[in-house]
Design a protein around this ligand. Sequence first.
Ligand SMILES: Cc1cc2nc3c(=O)[nH]c(=O)nc-3n(C[C@H](O)[C@H](O)[C@H](O)COP(=O)(O)OP(=O)(O)OC[C@H]3O[C@@H](n4cnc5c(N)ncnc54)[C@H](O)[C@@H]3O)c2cc1C
Length: 437
Amino acid sequence: MAWDFSTEPELEEKLEWVRTFVREEVEPLEVLFPGCEFLPLDEERRRIVDPLKQQVRDRGLWAAHLRPELGGQGFGAVTLTLLNEILGRSSWAPIVFGTQAPDTGNAEILARFGTEEQKERYLRPLLEGEIFSCFSMTEPHGGADPAVFTTRARRDGHEWVIDGRKYFSSNAAVASFFIVVAVTDPDEPIHRGASLFVVPRETPGLVIEASHHLYGARPHEPGHSLVRYENVRVPAGAMLGEEGQGFHVAQTRLAGGRLHHAMRTIGMGQRAIDMMCERAMSRYTAGSPLAQKQFVQGYIAESVAELMQFRMAVLHAAWLCDTVGEQAARKEIAAVKFSTPRVIQAIVLRTIQVHGGLGVTDQLPLIGMLTGSIVLGLADGPSEVHKLDLARRVLKDYEPGDPEWPSQFLGRRVEAARAKYGDRVSAVPSIPAVPAE
Ligand SMILES: Cc1cc2nc3c(=O)[nH]c(=O)nc-3n(C[C@H](O)[C@H](O)[C@H](O)COP(=O)(O)OP(=O)(O)OC[C@H]3O[C@@H](n4cnc5c(N)ncnc54)[C@H](O)[C@@H]3O)c2cc1C
């Protein structure tokens, strides 16, 4: 009997430390340094944030998403889920634990596919938490369908020359380097004709045309940039992975990243439920606390049940990643990916409702969570695309049948039962006669 939902006491002890640490030491950073998560640390922030990062390192919890040989802790996906669901409570926690997107995914592909030189130059400082990075794939005219990408990289002697424009390049404004997806062979389908390049920010021709912000974000946040690559020259050694393998490499980054978002969403959902319950217990209306209104009890019960189911689905996908590998868990990851925004949106909307007018003000983090939940249905591929992908994978296991009568049609089932057992019974269906009155 191998099913086991228990956590080893040693790990549970660590997780308990993380819960207290995030609640007491990290959550205050959200109001102390709002929207500064992705800004390089100035002296003031460094005085507070560096010692917190050091505590995480001392506990052996830094950069937990990477295997030890890649510079991380080698926890595996299930343990990472148990950790990330706590970190998801706070926007600062991933920074303090060295697990913030998109740097996690960028570190992962540099670690897996990078040359020794690329690892030394980019991965090492990234893992030290001293720099930020950018993944530059989406283009202004389309992101969901990579076949429309037009950014090109042409070989010129020992160099590659990149030309094109990218949109939604998160953190471009603060990134020290960019991982750029570019078409290297337009005659091949994009899945065999694109490659990745690591481009240092100071490279001539790399121009940030504009940085757009999510609604409600602060102007000092780095945001999501429109980047122009104009005659950007990089040496041949700037290619990350093999020529033409850009999408294969990017996929390994995105699959894990999607699951990381889902793991953190559990924590965000729990925080919203905690807020909903606290308010329900505290606020009186029409003669009783909100907690005694059946509608509100329904909100709480539905939210808890939905989060429980979601958490189990994420843990199961993570367990598959650990036991049979990410590739074999593609269906589960896709299901989790498009469930993530739906689950968190439903919970946050109920939490807002229970808070009344206060819920939609900038005095509570709820509208920010709601915006975040919408983003989860877009970034790393829109929900529709993941639904199509899941349905395609599921349908592969089915064959077409009779176009007139489905196999579960009663007539067909009787026929099948007759063929199997008909010689042993007097009739199919074989049912007792109704006793006379
Ligand atoms: C906050 C944020 C951060 C991001 N960060 C990055 C980043 O760092 N790097 C990066 O490269 N990109 C990033 N993105 C871009 C993201 O990956 C794209 O937004 C996403 O892939 C969708 O592309 P699009 O916005 O161009 O939408 P489009 O491709 O124009 O699609 C629009 C809509 O069409 C529908 N649709 C699309 N395809 C299908 C289909 N096959 N079937 C049915 N319906 C479909 C969906 O509803 C979709 O939302 C980020 C996006 C956001 C919102």
